[in-house]
Write a protein that binds this ligand. Structure first.
Ligand SMILES: [Zn+2]
Length: 174
């Protein structure tokens, strides 16, 4: 198991509030299909030991709009979710784009608490916070983002004791 230095929060870039799971597949299985199409592949020893039905998924966790948390890659298994930051990191994907349901926020807070307890030295950030620091001021500002993922400010969510701002909450369930 490699040392966990970072936890990266992502969004799936899907319709806010719409379940990704369908009658045949869980949300993680749907993402596994997308990641297969992108050419991601887990190494066989990990597939055999953990989430054997998911041979491609790049994330370690997926949180669907009903709050279901699924496991993808094993912790310590290198992910495929944040270019340049996959070694020693954990990738969490929220279904939606920039608004998430209360069930997702609650599930994320529980998962966060669990992971931060296990890996207290891990830095938690959003995918967009890994964009290049173009002006070298040590902060990644919105003009420097190469992507909007995960659609909310992870730093202020942490500072606000894991309570989301109103504009990050999806009231509709589709
Ligand atoms: Zn992302």
């Amino acid at each position: 198991m490699s040392y966990i230095n970072r936890i990266v929060i992502h969004c799936a870039a899907t319709t806010n509030g719409r379940r990704l799971a369908n009658a045949r597949e869980t949300a993680a299985a749907v993402i596994d299909r997308w990641h297969k199409d992108r050419g991601f592949r887990r190494s066989t020893p990990f597939v055999n030991e953990f989430s054997p039905g998911l041979r491609h998924i790049g994330y370690h966790f997926v949180i669907d709009t009903n709050g279901t948390v699924e496991k993808g890659r094993a912790i310590g298994e290198t992910g495929a979710h944040a270019k340049g930051y996959n070694t020693g990191s954990i990738g969490i994907c929220l279904v939606g784009t920039d608004k998430f349901t209360q069930a997702q926020w609650e599930a994320l807070a529980l998962l966060y608490a669990d992971l931060v307890e296990k890996y207290p030295r891990a830095v938690v950030c959003g995918h967009r916070d890994l964009s290049p620091d173009l002006n070298g001021d040590g902060k990644i500002t919105s003009n420097e983002w190469t992507k909007i993922c995960p659609g909310f400010d992870v730093d202020s969510w942490e500072t606000q004791l894991l309570s989301p701002r109103d504009e990050w909450i999806c009231e509709e369930h589709l």
